[in-house]
Design a protein around this ligand. Structure first.
Ligand SMILES: [Mg+2]
Length: 344
C-alpha cells in the first residue's frame, strides 16, 4: 500500500510536468502520513514527494479545460462547498472550526444542548448501518432541533459576529484572489453549505475583509427582528444529506447584507444557462452540488483533508483534480486562468 502510494506520487509528478508545465514551479509538499492508518511505514521525508495535487487523467482534464475555454467565461460558473473546501482543515495546528461548529450563542445552557445533539446525531450521520431514508429523517431532526435551540436560546446577530471573531477558522490561501479573478470576469460563485448562511457571510466579511458581487451563499438563512434577535429560519432546512436538492433555487446574493447595490446579478435562470462548471468540494457527496444543472462540461476538484491513505484512490476516481495537504488555491487559480484565456 505504502509503496503504491509513493509510486503513484512519482507517476503523477511526471505526468504533471509533462501535461501541466504551469505546475512545474510547484512547492514540494509537507507530506507525512504518520497520523494515518499505515503509521510509521508511511512517514515520508519532508519535501521528498510533491503531492499537493493529483490528476488521474491529465488528457481528459486538458480536454475539459479546452472545452470550457472555447465556450468562454460567460458559460462558466463555480460551485463550491464551504467548510474544509474554501476553509482550511488545519488552523493554528488544530482542526479548524466549521461554520456551524464555531457558533457560541452567548447562552452556555443552549450551547451545551446543541453539543449534546451533536454527540448524539453526528455518529448516526456516518453510521454504515443506517439506510439513507432513515438517515435523512435523522438529519432533518438534528438540524430542526438545532435551529429551534438557536431561536429559543435567543441568538443575536452580535453573538454571530463575536463567535466569528473568536473562531479558529481561516480561508485557504488564494481564496480571495480566486474570487477576485472570477469577479473581474463576471463568473458567479455559488457557495453551497448545510451550515448557516449568516455565519458564512460574517466569516467572509471578517476574514477576507472585502465582499464580492459575484458570490452567493446557498445555505440556511436566519431571520432577525429589529433588535437583532433571531426569530426564525427562511425556507426549508438544508442539511448534510439534502443540500444538493435546493442548490440553485435558494441562491441569494451575499451583497444584500454586505451593502452592494450596484451591478447586475445573474438570476437563477441565467445561472442555469451557464453550462460549464468548476466544482470544488471536500467530500465525494459534494459532486452532487451540480445535480440541478444540465452541465456540458464539469471540472471537479476535490480537497482530500484526512484519512488520505484510505480515500486517495476513491477521490482520484471521483474528481478530475485532487488536492491534499491543505493545499492553497494557487493551482486552482492557474487552472481557472487557463479556462478563461483567450488563446492557447
Ligand atoms: Mg465541506
Amino acid at each position: 500500500m505504502c509503496h503504491r502510494l509513493q509510486l503513484q506520487s512519482t507517476i503523477v509528478t511526471k505526468l504533471r510536468s509533462r501535461h501541466f508545465p504551469f505546475l512545474s514551479r510547484y512547492t514540494p509538499a509537507r507530506v507525512s502520513f504518520s497520523s494515518f492508518s499505515c503509521g510509521r511505514d508511511l512517514q515520508m521525508e519532508e519535501g521528498k514527494v510533491a503531492l499537493d495535487l493529483l490528476v488521474a487523467d491529465p488528457a481528459l482534464l486538458e480536454k475539459k479545460i479546452e472545452a470550457i475555454r472555447l465556450a468562454g467565461p460567460q458559460k462558466l460558473q463555480v460551485i463550491a462547498d464551504f467548510d474544509a473546501t474554501l476553509t482550511k482543515f488545519w488552523v493554528n495546528g488544530t482542526r479548524g472550526q466549521s461554520s456551524h461548529g464555531l457558533l457560541q450563542q452567548g447562552n452556555p445552557e443552549y450551547d451545551a444542548k446543541r453539543q449534546q445533539l451533536y454527540e448524539y446525531y453526528h455518529p448516526l450521520e456516518f453510521s454504515p448501518t443506517i439506510g439513507l431514508e432513515e438517515k435523512t429523517k435523522l438529519m432533518e431532526e438534528w438540524w430542526g432541533k438545532t435551529h429551534g435551540l438557536l431561536v429559543e436560546g435567543g441568538l443575536t446577530y452580535e453573538s454571530i459576529r463575536q463567535s466569528v471573531a473568536n473562531a479558529n477558522i481561516a480561508f485557504r490561501e488564494g481564496v480571495s484572489e480566486l474570487f477576485e479573478f472570477l469577479e473581474e470576469r463576471d463568473i458567479p460563485v455559488l457557495i453551497f453549505s448545510a451550515g448557516l448562511a449568516d455565519i458564512i457571510e460574517e466569516v467572509l466579511r471578517q476574514k477576507l475583509h472585502r465582499s464580492f458581487k459575484n458570490v452567493r451563499i446557498v445555505s440556511n438563512r436566519m431571520v432577525f427582528d429589529d433588535g437583532g434577535h433571531l426569530v426564525s429560519f427562511k425556507g426549508k432546512v438544508i442539511h448534510s444529506l439534502n443540500k444538493n436538492e435546493h442548490a440553485l433555487d435558494m441562491a441569494a446574493p451575499v451583497h444584500e447584507r454586505l451593502g452592494y447595490v450596484d451591478g447586475p446579478i445573474d438570476d437563477n435562470a441565467s445561472i442555469k444557462k451557464r453550462t460549464n462548471v468548476l466544482l470544488l468540494g471536500d467530500h465525494i457527496g459534494d459532486l452532487g452540488m451540480s445535480d440541478g444543472l444540465n452541465y456540458e462540461t464539469r471540472i471537479s476538484m476535490g480537497f482530500l483533508n484526512h484519512n488520505i491513505e484510505n480515500s486517495l484512490s476513491c477521490y482520484r476516481e471521483a474528481f478530475d483534480v485532487v488536492f491534499v495537504n491543505d493545499a492553497p488555491m494557487w493551482e486552482v487559480i492557474k487552472l481557472v486562468s487557463r479556462m478563461c484565456s483567450s488563446g492557447r
